[in-house]
Design a protein around this ligand. Structure first.
Ligand SMILES: Cc1ncc(COP(=O)(O)O)c(C=O)c1O
Length: 379
């Protein structure tokens, strides 16, 4: 993987910034930005309805994007890919359609995979002492639920669940599995067909795609039985004053005119990632995280994947973020990272989080280490 070459595609990096906040939102390469511009300059029309030349061009581009994403996650059919505005919308779509009573979650769900389930009876599966997944407790208890909805890779500490085992055990107990893939899909190879995964939600903006893009995946037979969430134009093929006939998949879930520029840009992002290779990207991120000098830091959670989450003893986490930004153009996130429930349960006020992606370098991590060392010495 040629990181220097990759960096040339991200013009914002010319500003001398060290961007370690990709778990919140990734940067975008020129290939994505150019594709968005191409839409607005060359075929700024709507897909699926107008049969003029521009309309047909948009339809072709949207179809091609859907196909790219289908291949990227290893789904069976294009129609299993539903475009959303973010991961949160996908999770709400599923929660709105859920007609069971009991959902099992982990103890470190992002608010987006916690709050939509609070109207049901929730079980919270506690992690082991080392913050890893408790497969034994899961095997014992899963039969009491109709659905498990788990964060595949945590935005808190980068920890990835044993997904294969979870799906297998859940299915042996006739329980369906939804994964919040917002932090997983941008950093790992995934094949929903091989995993036999039932549902998956993820964001486009964390994987080089435009903001306001996301994807919801479900097996076709499950999608067919799901309730529509947003209905109106595009979701029906006919209507009377009192009734309507529902569109087929995937359109029955894509109400109103869509974010065509975003959808097409997301296709370009997936093409870009696929060309580099998810396994190389993942390995690179692990090297970066391992290069963080954690001596003297109070680590938060499991410290895995592409995320280093920590506190510098004696310095408030917001101050850590501000000092790094001001002194060395290092951009990290501070706070509770939308996992308030976990911080409350652990009695931790907040923390500073550096999250890495394919365009970060070991030299940048070195600058982070030096800046943190200065801070540690001050205390
Ligand atoms: C683990 C996880 N789940 C869900 C979300 C929500 O994603 P979105 O902003 O695309 O709705 C995030 C965003 O940070 C996340 O990290």
């Amino acid at each position: 993987m040629n990181v220097d070459k990759i960096r040339e595609d991200f013009s914002v990096l010319n500003k001398g910034i060290r961007y370690f906040d990709s778990a919140c939102m990734s940067l975008r390469p020129k290939q994505v930005v150019n594709k968005i511009t191409e839409y607005y300059n060359e075929y700024p029309a709507c897909a699926g309805r107008s049969t003029h030349k521009l309309g047909n061009m948009v339809s072709d581009e949207v179809n091609s994007s859907r196909r790219l994403i289908k291949n990227f996650i290893g789904a069976k059919k294009d129609s299993e890919i539903i475009f959303t505005k973010n991961a949160t919308e996908g999770i709400n779509l599923l929660a709105n359609s859920f007609n069971g009573e009991k959902v099992l979650l982990t103890d470190r769900e992002h608010n987006s995979n916690l709050v939509p389930w609070q109207k049901f009876k929730q079980g919270i599966l506690r992690s082991n002492e080392d913050y890893s997944f408790n497969l034994e407790k899961f095997s014992e208890g899963v039969r009491n639920y109709e659905l498990v909805s788990f964060v595949a890779t945590s935005n808190l500490d980068g920890y990835t669940l044993p997904i294969k085992e979870i799906v297998k055990i859940a299915h042996e107990n006739n329980v369906k599995v939804h994964l919040d893939g917002a932090q997983h899909v941008p950093h790992n190879e995934i094949n929903v067909k091989k995993l036999d995964l039932d549902y998956l939600s993820f964001s486009g903006h964390k994987m080089l795609g435009p903001s306001g893009t996301g994807v919801f995946y479900a097996k076709e037979e499950l999608l067919k039985n799901m309730k529509q969430f947003i209905i109106g134009g595009e979701t029906v093929i006919n209507s009377t004053y009192n009734d309507f006939v529902m569109e087929k998949l995937p359109h029955k879930f894509e109400g109103g005119l869509q974010n065509y520029a975003g959808i097409i840009g997301l296709g370009a992002a997936v093409k870009y990632l696929s060309k580099i290779g998810m396994s190389d990207i993942h390995d690179h991120e692990i090297k970066l995280r391992n290069a963080v000098d954690v001596s003297g830091l109070k680590l938060i959670g499991n410290n895995s994947g592409s995320i280093a989450n920590f506190n510098v003893p004696g310095v408030n986490y917001h101050e850590v973020a501000t000092i790094l930004d001001t002194s060395d153009n290092i951009m990290i996130r501070s706070g509770r990272h939308c996992v308030h429930s976990w911080y409350n349960a652990q009695n931790i006020e907040g923390s500073a989080r550096a999250s890495f992606y394919l365009y970060n370098t070991l030299d940048e991590v070195q600058v982070l280490n030096e800046a943190l060392n200065k801070l540690k010495k001050l205390m």
